[in-house]
Ligand binder design. Structure first.
Ligand code: MD3
Ligand code: FE
Length: 221
């Protein structure tokens, strides 16, 4: 009798679990993006070819450890003057690459699974982490309509996400995010402080020593 070969799936937990509430209006959807990931990679490469990753300066005078780029009508940028969304990539003066239809579809379906119907993102921020890179506690408040949720898709090596409260001083809860996980934040949870611990060294079978996070936003309302 021939061996039955299991289909190779690249994820760092045995099974994608059921949806988990992270707040009144915040959900962790373990493995939700797994059926999409193979389709996302080539789109991601095409976006990065047009709008390469860069390490942005921050108003505080530092530089982000995370490499970023964007696609969609608006892209998120940071420099000495502050944070904002712009229709053009400041690196080359060109419009940001269009949002791939598959990205928008995934974001819409994830938002719907979390109870937010009709999510139509106009911005996708792409964060690229190498081991050692992280993101300090912050709020996302550069979007015009804070009633729309944010949808975040994690790819590659695992990260520890920090879910804080509404004050910077609130002690954050640690949440492990694996390849293919999606989190959706809206409503009363939309302005929570959050961050990502510096990544531990690891290698993902498909993406190598990196984590990529796609965050979908409705920036212009
Ligand atoms: C919780 N990115 O780009 S996305 C960011 O994994 C950012 O790269 C992280 O925070 C990353 O701004 C986390 C998940 C996320 C996004 C927005 C939130 C979580 C949130 C807003 C409120 C509460
Ligand atoms: Fe954020």
């Amino acid at each position: 009798m021939k061996h039955v070969h299991p289909r190779p799936v690249h994820r760092s937990r045995a099974l994608p679990g059921p949806p988990r509430a992270l707040g009144e209006a915040a959900w962790h959807l373990p493995g939700f993006a797994l059926p999409w990931v193979e389709g996302l990679y080539p789109e991601l490469l095409a976006v990065r070819a047009q709008a390469p990753l860069r390490q942005l300066s921050t108003p505080g005078g530092g530089r982000m450890s995370v490499g970023t780029t964007s696609c969609g009508a608006l892209g998120w940028v940071s420099d000495a003057r502050g944070y904002r969304y712009t229709p053009y990539d400041p690196e080359n003066g060109q419009p940001w690459p269009a949002m791939p239809a598959l990205f928008a579809e995934l974001a819409r379906e994830a938002a719907s699974a979390a109870g937010f119907e009709g999510f139509a993102p106009d911005a996708c921020l792409i964060n690229h982490y190498r081991p050692g890179a992280g993101m300090g506690l912050h709020q996302d408040r550069d979007e015009r309509d804070l009633r729309a949720p944010i949808v975040s898709v994690s790819l590659g090596i695992a990260a520890v996400f920090l879910r804080g409260g509404h004050q910077r001083s609130d002690k954050p809860q640690r949440i492990a995010l694996a390849h293919g996980d999606v989190v959706v934040w809206g409503g009363v949870d939309r302005l929570r402080f959050h961050g990502v611990l510096p990544l531990a060294p690891a290698t993902h079978p498909r993406l190598g020593a990196r984590r990529i996070n796609l965050t979908f936003r409705q920036a212009r309302a």
